[in-house]
Design a protein around this ligand. Structure first.
Ligand code: COA
Ligand code: AMP
Length: 624
C-alpha cells in the first residue's frame, strides 16, 4: 500500500490504525480505551497493562530467540568488542533488577543512570523498566552542576554510574563528576552503583558507593512487574527555553506500540537484521533507537562507543556497517560533515563491504543538501532526512520504506508520518496555506509515544507546548509545507540551537554568564559552523567598574560555562562589546545580532534604541 493510502487510512480512522499496531506488543491485560483524553493529556491504550522490558527481552527468549545477538558492543576507544545474546541480556537485566528490588526500589521510584556507552547502560535501563522504576539517563558531556540539577529534579533512590568515560585522547572521570554533583544536590540517593572500567578504576569511598560486581548477585533474578500503559517508563531532560531543563516523561504503552511500528514503517527493519543508531544513549535517539525500538522488534542493535572521526579514523562508520552487516543506520548530519571533511573522496569506504546497508537516516538538525548528496554518491544508498524531537520520541516526518519510498526532495524532511497531522500556523494560530512559511505545529491529539508531561511541573507541558496555539502542539520549529505535502524544517523559533546534533539553550548559557560578577549583560547566539551546524558565541557587556582585561574575562566565562553546563555546549568564543543592540523597550535584538555575525541579510529594526550598536556588532565580525 502506498504512503498516501496508508496516511489516509490513519487519517480516516486513527483509533483502528493504532489498535492494529498495538497487536505487535504483548499485553498482560488488554486496554479498555484506545485513546483516553483528560484535559490536554492523551493516554493511549488506557487501562492496559504490560511490561516494556518483557517486550524487549523475555518474549524473544520465550519465542526461541535466546541465542540471537541483541547487542553488538564495539568500542574503538576502549579496544573492546562484545556480542550479547538475548538470553545473556535477560540474565544480566534480571539480576540487576533483583538487586534493585531487594534494595527497596519499587514502581515509580527514580533511578539516575550516568554512564558512558557501555552495555551496562542498556542493562541498567532495562532493569529499571523490569521493576517499574523510572530511569533518567544523563548524558556524559554535562558538567557536575547540570547532573546535580537533574538529580534534584527527579530525587533518585539509586544512581548507577561508571568509573570513567572515554573521549578521544582523554578520560572523563565520571565518578569525580558524580561525587561533585551529589555534594551540590539536596535530594541525595541512598546508593551509587559504580561499574569499574578496566581502563581506569575509581575510588569507592563515599557513603553509599558500591561496586557493580558486588551489587549484583548472578544467581538472583526477578520477573517483570505488571505496569499500566500510562505508567512512566523514563524521564529524559532536554533544553527548555530557560536554564531549567525539562524532564520529558515517556509512558510505557504508547511508547512500545509507536516504536515497534516505526521499526517497520520508518526504518524497514525485520527481526533478523541489524540496526545501528550512531548516537548516544544520553539523547532521545539513543533511548529510542539504540535501546528500545530494536529490542522491542527483536533485531540486533549496535552500541558504538566512538566518534565518526578520530577514533582512530574516518572509516569507522563504514567498518561498523560492514562488520555487523548493518541494514539500516541512523546518524546526525554533523557526523557526515565530519567524515566528509577528513575523507572528501570517501577513500576509507573502499576498504569495506557495505552491501547489506539499505538506507541511511539523518536527523537532529537541518541536513545540508551537499552532505546528503555526498553520502548518496559515496554509498549509493538512499539517504533519508527525517524530523523529530525529544518530546515526540519518534519521527514526525520522514519517508516510509514499508509503503515504498516516495521521491526524496532535497532540503525537505519528507512528509508527515501516519499519526501526525502537521500544519503551518501564523503567529496568531491561524492555519497558513501550503507553500507559506510559519510555525510548524501538530494537531492534537499527539500519537502514541509522544510525551504529554514534564516531570515535577504539572503545568509546564501545557505552558511550553499547548498554550500558544489552542488545539495544537507547538513544535517550536519554523518551516514550510509544499503543495505536495513535503515538510521543510528551517529553524527553531525559540532560543535553542542545534550544535553537533545536540540541543543547546542559548538562554541557559546566558544565565551562567550573567552570574559572572563582572558581566552587566550579555547575549548568546548561534554561529554557523561547518561541522557542528551551529556553535554558541557570547557577547559580553562588562560593568564599568571592571578592572580585568577583556581577554581575562573572555577566558573566565568560557571556563565557567564548561564547568557549569559542560563541554558538550561547545562554548569556545566570547567577546566583550561596549553595548548590545536593543529595542526601545530594552529587549536585546538577538536574531539581528545572529544575522549580522553570520553574514545574513537583516533589516534594521524600526524599534532599535541606538543604531550605532549595530556597528559594534559589525566590527566584532573581524575578530571572530
Ligand atoms: N562524555 C564526556 N564528554 C563528552 C561527551 C561524553 N559523552 N560527548 C562529548 N563530550 C565532550 C567532548 O569531548 C568535547 O570536549 P572538548 O571541548 O574538551 O573537546 C565536547 O564535549 C564537545 O563534543 P562534541 O560535540 O562531540 O564535539 P567533537 O569536536 O568532540 O566531535 C563530532 C565533533 C561532529 C565528531 C561529534 O559531535 C559527533 O559525533 N556528533 C554526532 C552527534 C550525534 O550523534 N548526536 C545525536 C543526535 S541524532
Ligand atoms: P532533540 O529534541 O534534541 O532531538 O532536538 C529536536 C530539534 O532538532 C527539532 O525541534 C529541530 O529543531 C531539530 N531537528 C531534528 N531533526 C531535524 C531535521 N531532520 N531537520 C531539521 N531540524 C531537525
Amino acid at each position: 500500500m502506498s504512503y498516501h493510502k496508508k496516511y489516509a487510512e490513519w487519517e480516516n480512522n486513527p483509533i483502528s490504525f493504532w489498535e492494529d499496531k498495538a497487536k505487535n506488543i504483548s499485553w498482560i491485560k488488554p486496554w479498555e480505551k484506545t485513546l483516553f483524553q483528560k484535559n490536554y493529556i492523551s493516554n493511549w491504550f488506557h487501562g492496559g497493562t504490560l511490561n516494556t522490558c518483557y517486550n524487549c527481552i523475555d518474549r524473544h527468549v520465550k519465542n526461541g530467540n535466546g541465542l540471537k545477538y541483541a547487542i553488538f558492543y564495539d568500542s574503538p576507544v576502549a579496544n573492546i568488542k562484545k556480542k550479547i545474546s538475548y538470553q545473556a541480556l535477560l540474565d544480566n537485566v534480571s539480576s540487576l533488577a533483583a538487586s534493585l528490588y531487594q534494595d527497596g526500589v519499587r514502581k515509580g521510584d527514580r533511578v539516575i543512570i550516568y554512564m558512558p556507552m557501555i552495555p551496562e547502560v542498556i542493562i541498567s535501563m532495562l532493569a529499571c523498566a523490569r521493576i517499574g522504576a523510572i530511569h533518567s539517563v544523563v548524558f556524559g558531556g554535562f558538567a557536575a552542576e547540570e547532573l546535580s540539577n537533574r538529580i534534584d529534579d527527579v530525587s533518585p533512590k539509586i544512581i548507577i554510574s561508571a568509573s570513567c568515560g572515554l573521549e578521544p585522547n582523554k578520560i572523563i572521570d565520571y565518578k569525580e563528576i558524580l561525587d561533585n554533583a551529589i555534594k551540590k544536590c539536596v535530594n541525595k540517593p541512598i546508593k551509587q552503583i559504580i561499574f569499574q572500567r578496566d581502563i581506569k578504576t575509581c575510588l569507592l569511598n563515599k557513603p553509599g558507593d558500591i561496586e557493580w560486581n558486588d551489587y549484583i548477585d548472578e544467581k538472583k533474578s526477578i520477573e517483570c512487574i505488571e505496569l499500566n500503559s500510562d505508567d512512566p517508563l523514563y524521564i529524559l531532560h532536554t533544553s527548555g527555553t530557560t536554564g531549567l531543563p525539562k524532564g520529558i516523561v515517556r509512558t510505557n504503552g504508547g511508547h512500545a506500540v509507536a516504536l515497534y511500528n516505526s521499526m517497520k514503517m520508518t526504518y524497514d527493519i525485520t527481526e533478523n537484521e541489524v540496526f545501528w543508531a550512531a548516537s548516544d544513549v544520553g539523547w532521545v535517539v539513543g533511548h529510542s533507537y539504540i535501546v528500545y525500538a530494536p529490542l522491542l522488534l527483536g533485531c540486533s542493535t549496535v552500541l558504538y562507543e566512538g566518534k565518526p572521526v578520530g577514533t582512530p579514523d574516518s572509516g569507522q562508520f563504514w567498518r561498523i556497517i560492514s562488520e555487523y552487516k548493518v541494514s539500516t543506520m541512523f546518524t546526525a548530519p554533523t557526523a557526515i560533515r565530519a567524515i566528509k571533511k577528513e575523507d572528501p573522496n570517501a577513500e576509507e569506504l573502499k576498504k569495506y563491504n557495505i552491501s547489506n546497508l539499505k538506507y541511511i537516516f539523518l536527523a537532529g538538525e537541518r541536513a545540508d543538501p551537499e552532505s546528503i548528496r555526498w553520502t548518496m554518491k559515496a554509498t549509493k544508498k538512499p539517504v533519508i532526512d527525517h524530523w523529530w524531537q525529544t518530546e515526540t520520541g519518534w519521527s514526525i516526518a520522514g519517508n516510509f520504506p514499508e509503503y515504498g519510498l516516495f521521491d526524496i526532495l532535497e532540503g525537505s524532511t519528507g512528509k508527515a508520518a501516519p499519526g501526525y497531522s502537521v500544519v503551518v500556523l501564523d503567529d496568531h494560530g491561524k492555519e497558513l496555506p501550503r507553500e507559506e512559511m510559519g510555525n510548524l505545529a501538530i494537531k492534537l491529539p499527539l500519537p502514541p509515544g509522544c510525551s504529554s508531561e514534564i516531570w515535577n511541573d504539572k503545568n509546564r507541558f501545557f505552558e511550553a507546548y499547548l498554550s500558544k496555539y489552542r488545539g495544537y502542539y507547538n513544535t517550536s520549529d519554523a518551516g514550510i509545507i509544499n503543495k505536495d505535502g513535503y515538510i521543510s524544517v528551517m529553524s527553531r523559533t525559540d532560543d535553542i540551537i542545534n550544535c553537533a546534533g545536540h540541543r543547546i539553550s542559548t538562554g541557559s548559557i546566558e544565565e551562567i554568564l550573567t552570574n559572572h560578577n563582572e558581566i552587566a549583560e550579555c547575549a548568546v547566539v548561534g554561529m554557523v559552523d561547518a561541522i557542528k551546524g551551529h556553535v554558541p558565541i557570547g557577547l559580553l557587556v562588562l560593568n564599568n567598574s571592571c578592572t580585568k582585561s577583556e581577554s581575562e574575562i573572555e577566558n573566565e566565562v568560557i571556563k565557567l560555562v564548561r564547568d557549569k553546563l559542560g563541554a558538550v555546549a561547545s562554548f569556545k568564543k566570547a567577546f566583550v562589546i561596549k553595548s548590545l543592540p536593543k529595542t526601545r523597550s530594552g529587549k536585546i535584538l538577538r536574531s539581528t545580532i545572529a544575522k549580522i555575525l553570520n553574514n545574513q541579510d537583516y533589516n534594521k529594526p524600526a524599534t532599535i534604541e541606538d543604531e550605532s550598536t549595530l556597528n559594534l556588532v559589525i566590527k566584532l565580525k573581524d575578530k571572530i
